[in-house]
Unconditional design. Sequence first.
Length: 273
Amino acid sequence: MHPHSAHRPALIAAIAAALAGLLMALTPHPAEAWGYGVNRIQSAAEDSHAQTGMGPGWVLLSYKANGPMVGYLFGQDFAFADGSVKPGPDHMDIRDTGDATAGNSEGIDRWPWGYAGGSFDGCAYAYGTSKFAFEHGGFTSGSCAGGPNVIGSSNADGRHDQLNWWHSENVFCTDTAADALCSPWGVWSENKGGGLKVTSSITSCTVYGNIGAAAAYGSGAAVPAHPLGTVPPGQQVDVRYVAKSRQWVMAKWNGQRLAGGIAWAFFPRSCLA
């Protein structure tokens, strides 16, 4: 036997492993992690993890870290309540993150912010980075580059939050004389009003994931999109806030879930007591 023959199998295996590694490096593969720049929402097939503010194929948007919903971004193939399916993913320009727990108890301590596209079309924080997949550098919009700059507080004693907000809660309805579902603080919470405002559905309510940033953040015209389900009459509905126009209420159907495991949605004001 040649003196080097015993080493040939190991050498061949090492060469094969190196070639396999090189082939994997050169083979295109889908993005697997978020990054600063343009990101898409992962589909449910890519990431089925669910917790508060996120689920298979969706992520919640807010005006502050760990805050109330103002809209959603959806991944490709998300199935809505009317049978329609998302043909492609929504995108977000992640310009930076707010790094703090912001009171979240489920492990989210990084809150990406920037321009959120889809049917939201505005500036927002998103619930964590895990639902995003980096697509490319740069941004789809020049909006939101300055970052959130409103000093807000979610604390009962008025102490400022650690991270700034995109908007004051006065962008929501505070006129309780005009509508009893409106909160004098803009939103209903444990620290503001002692909890959610309880009401009930008086007719069937078709509820939506988005009405657009202009309507959620003020009195802009609403463009309801992404039907999430229908709430029958006579059901308990828990209100977080009423949009400034008083045409839409952000709330949840008590004890029930909507498409994709979503809890919070926009209800037409006309279907609630």
